[in-house]
Design a protein around this ligand. Structure first.
Ligand SMILES: [Zn+2]
Length: 85
């Protein structure tokens, strides 16, 4: 399983779904502590912790995975652009 390091701790990347040449349906799920942060191009960020579920705040789990998700998105956009040329 792929992992990322956030604050010196390994986190599991549960899934990265970037369809070929299709940047509209990207979904990335990262496991952080006992929670799951999901990024999806249609719905944005979601976390299943109480902070986000009940208070609808951008919780610390989401904040921690944003740089990683951004990196993945940038990669996906560049790949998609290259395929169009
Ligand atoms: Zn959270």
């Amino acid at each position: 399983m792929e992992t990322i390091t956030i604050n010196n701790k390994e986190r599991a990347i549960k899934s990265v779904n970037i369809p070929d040449n299709e940047i509209k349906n990207i979904e990335i799920i990262v496991e952080i502590k006992n929670y799951e942060v999901t990024y999806n191009t249609n719905e944005g960020f979601k976390c299943n912790c109480p902070d986000h579920t009940y208070r609808h705040t951008q919780c610390k789990h989401i904040l921690k995975v944003i740089p990683y998700i951004n990196k993945q998105l940038k990669k996906a956009y560049i790949t998609a652009l290259q395929q169009k040329e």
